[in-house]
Structure formats: C-alpha cells, structure tokens
Design a protein around this ligand. Sequence first.
Ligand code: LLP
Length: 414
Amino acid sequence: MSFNFQQNRLFAESKSLSEIANEFGTPCYVYSRAAFESQLAQYHQGLEGHDGLICYAVKACSNIAILNILAKKGAGFDIVSIGELQRVITAGGDPKKVVFSGVAKEYHEIQYALEVGIHCFNVESPDEIDLINQVASDLNTIAPISLRVNPDVDAKTHPYISTGLKDNKFGVDIKSAASVYERAATLKNIKIKGVDCHIGSQLTDVTPFMDALDRVLALVDELSAKGIEIEHLDLGGGIGVDYQGETPPNIPAYIQSVRKKIEGRNLSLIFEPGRSISANSGVLLTKVQFLKPNDHKNFAIIDAGMNDLIRPSLYSAWQNIQLIEPSNAPVKTWDLVGPICETGDFLGKERKLALEQNSVVAVMGSGAYGFTMASNYNTRNKPCEVLVDGDTVHLIGKRQTFEQQIENEQLIQE
Ligand code: LLP
C-alpha cells in the first residue's frame, strides 16, 4: 500500500512520514514508487492485447526520477513543451513514445521533436499545421500529426480545467475538423496519423468521455469517406481521483468500454493520464509554525503556502489534511494558512484536527499539479521532493536555495 496508517502513524509504503519530516525538513513532497507503478499498471491492464500507448502527462508531476520509473514500466509521455521533452529524454524515456500537445508550439520545439523522432504532434490549430509542415520541409522529413478536436461536450468539472467546450482555446471545433484534415492531407511534409481529444480533468463520470468518443468516431467515418484513414485515437487524460470521497471510474473498465466501442475498427489507442497516475501517489508534508486562535476563527499557520501547492487557492480544490502522528491536543476547527502575504493563501479551511505547535500534517493527493505548479512567490525556495520505495527513501529533488533563485538576476552597472 502506498500511504497507510500503522498504529495511528502515517506511512509512505514502509517508511514513517515523521522520520522523513525529521530527516528532510518541511515543506517536503513525498512520493510512493509503488503507487505510481500500480496506477500505471491499471492503464496497461486495460489496454492489454490492444495496440496502443499510455502517455503519462508530464505536467502533472515531472521529476526525472518519476519519469524514469514510469519509462522503465513501458510508459510513453504526453508533453507540452521542449522542456518536458528534455525531461523525458534525460529520464531515459523513449521519444518514439512521445506525443506533443499544446496550443503554442514554437519552431525550435517542433524542430527538436522531429529530430528526436516523436510519435505524434497533437495539433491544435490550422496555423500550427502549416508551421509543422514548414519545419518538416526544412528538415527534409515527414511530421506525424493528429488534430486535437473539440467535441463540445461538457466535462462537468471545474471551469478552469474543462477544455472540451466550444469556448475553450484548445483544439479545433469538431464541425470544421474534416476540412482541416483535407487541407493537411495536401501538405507534402505532413502525415496524418490520428484524431486527438482531451475534454477536461478530474472527471468522475465516464459519460462525457463516451459522448466525445461517439463524436470522434463519426469524424473518423467522415474522413474515411474522403479517403483519409485514421490509425489511432488519442483520448487524452482526465480520469478523476478520490480527493473527497469521489468515486472515480475504474480505469481498466473505462478502457474496456472504449475498446468495445471501437471493436471491428483498425484503431490503436493512446491515453494521456496525469492526475489519475500521480495525485494519490504523493503528499505534501508541512509543519505548524504557530497557532493563532481568535474570536471567529482558529488559524494554524503552516510552513507551506500557495507557492508550494496552489490548487486550494486557485481552484478552491479540497485536499484531505491528516496529522502524521497521534496528538494529545484537543480537536478544534482550524484554517490551515500559509506564510504568503495573500488572503487566498490557504491549504485547507475548517478542518477538525488536534493541532499543536510543530505538528506535522500531510496534505493528501498532492502528487499531481503540486510541485509542478510551485513558484517562488515571496522569494520562497521550492520544497524538496523525496521518493519512498519500500523502506528506502531517495532524495529526488533537493530543496531550492536562495542563490539558485537569483542566479539569473544581476545588478545594473553605473
Ligand atoms: N492531455 C492534455 C492535452 C492535457 O491538457 C492534460 C491536462 C492532460 C492530458 C492530463 O490530464 P489529467 O489526466 O491530469 O486530468 N492544474 C489543474 C489541472 C490542469 C490539467 C491540464 N491539462 C489541477 O490542478 O487540477
């Protein structure tokens, strides 16, 4: 088991989180190798016997040690920048298993991706196809592409992480997709491979995925009638996780229902899961600095803030917060607030916890969009990252230093 209680003490696999907090300090991200591997295995189980790729969305948690572990288990990767591609390559990932998403790819990024030979570009606009064609022609090569289509289904998730509606910036309206494909088919340095769609994140119901798939398959048929054959479907990421008692879809069952729908067609499948692989594979450890009860509210001031984990502030996301050790303090209702000079700087509100000064708590579900969205706001160093593997702990990301923060800054000469 990844994160588990043993005699009221929270463990990552066989390592107690208190020991980790003592050794590495707080704030600190702690990941479980077994959790990452077992989540990936669920996707591979669903896909078993069918041609396809599980391309982990690097943006969710991009430490190279994590990418390396996933690569060793056969994962491909979904990237959105040259930086993420460099991470994958540094981590020993196979560029041939990489799909490149993102609305604003630049010439040099496309060039590098073509040079290392990625699996496919997920193209988001007609202009982008022209640029990819141009770069491929300059390099005297052929670029494999899928068009990201926007199927206009409501993912029924937070508006900031819903991407499949008409008024989102992502992809091409599915109604105009056929004509975009027809034009792409005339370009000399473009090879049409697939259709891509990603409708949003933290979906706890598969209905929107299935609705999107129906629309995508109708497009595949329309293209086939025009002589354009599609080899793969990329259905993006988006499977939700249990943050607060949600019941997310069963991953192998979801993939099985997709397979059922495409039965009899010669289509391979790509998925781009991020959160469902990493969210519950990591926690953020943070220590109570001061207790500040007042007439209306009890504030527990902790040493991690919105710069370390922005999800609660940005999306009003709720993540469970647990004491990592039993405490004799009375249980009270606390707002856990960070050190940042912003009212919106909190990791949890109105939590019933037996907190005292120096208590260490774990913010659960922090493995996705945690460290990767951390910033240096208020000139705070980014936290360290450790990976637990059985009873062994590896430091996979050192705590940032002040010198590293300012290394690219310089005084003007007068
Ligand atoms: N593929 C594409 C093209 C994406 O844009 C995303 C996520 C994924 C795959 C992975 O989606 P997932 O399986 O993780 O849902 N920062 C937000 C989430 C933003 C998601 C952005 N795109 C959060 O913390 O909730």
